[in-house]
Design a protein around this ligand. Structure first.
Ligand SMILES: [Mg+2]
Length: 235
């Protein structure tokens, strides 16, 4: 895969992009924190209780729904007619205590001259909890969440169409937007719409990212090193 670190010295990313869009979980904070794993276990817990299943059957249902619909909740809504609100409330009720204020990330985000938004398959409340804990909630203009997307999750192209409208992106300005994600398959529809894409490297998605590399413009090990490289343009 084309390394992001090569041949970018003479590029002014602030000039190239006027809308910077970030996924939330495992993108804005480090994958290794394991915070999203906790959300995932809460989902298993919910499914166990709600459908009266054992751990293995609950996990199987969760994974099947995720694979088929890109979002466990979406599958449960369509196939099991569950109400999304209590599910979302339950699964995002996790401990954020290890998320600390991130001054370095805040400084980097402030170097971005364009608009900054969050595009997440989670809820606004979850995004707000995380961003506030990291001290960067104020940095984002729009937080586009799963409710805004009518519970249609990335990578369903319909989700991106709704997001585009909300973020005022159209065929003219979409090429001036750049999208950051750890889940490689979520980058494909974005690239197809004309956005530039950045994959946050992680072993969990490596095979898929390699397979989808034509849809990925840049990669890097984590959000801070990527932004640091992009924003240190000197003429
Ligand atoms: Mg993510």
């Amino acid at each position: 895969m084309k390394s992001f670190l090569n041949n970018i010295d003479n590029r002014d990313f602030n000039e190239e992009y006027d809308h910077w869009i970030f996924d939330l979980d495992n993108t804005i904070y480090d994958f290794n924190l394991g915070l999203f794993r906790r959300v995932s276990s809460r989902m298993t817990e919910f499914i166990k209780e709600f459908f009266d299943l054992n751990e293995i059957d609950a996990l199987t249902l969760q994974r099947d729904m995720y694979k088929k619909y890109g979002l466990t909740l979406r599958g449960l809504m369509i196939e099991k007619k569950i109400n999304p609100e209590p599910f979302l409330e339950f699964v995002h009720d996790v401990d954020f205590s290890e998320l600390n204020e991130d001054v370095t990330l805040k400084t980097l985000l402030r170097k971005i001259k364009g608009k900054k938004s969050i595009y997440t398959n989670a809820t606004f409340k979850h995004a707000k909890n995380i961003l506030k804990s990291m001290g960067i909630f104020q940095e984002f203009e729009i937080i586009f969440d799963i409710k805004d997307a009518n519970y249609i999750a990335k990578p369903d192209p319909n989700s991106y169409h709704i997001m585009k409208k909300k973020l005022n992106l159209d065929d003219k300005n979409i090429s001036k937007s750049i999208f950051f994600e750890d889940t490689a398959k979520n980058l494909k529809p974005a690239r197809e719409l004309g956005m530039s894409t950045v994959w946050i490297e992680n072993d969990f998605n490596r095979k898929e990212a390699d397979y989808l590399r034509e849809y990925i413009n840049f990669t890097g090990s984590d959000i801070k090193s990527i932004l640091n490289n992009m924003l240190n343009f000197k003429r």
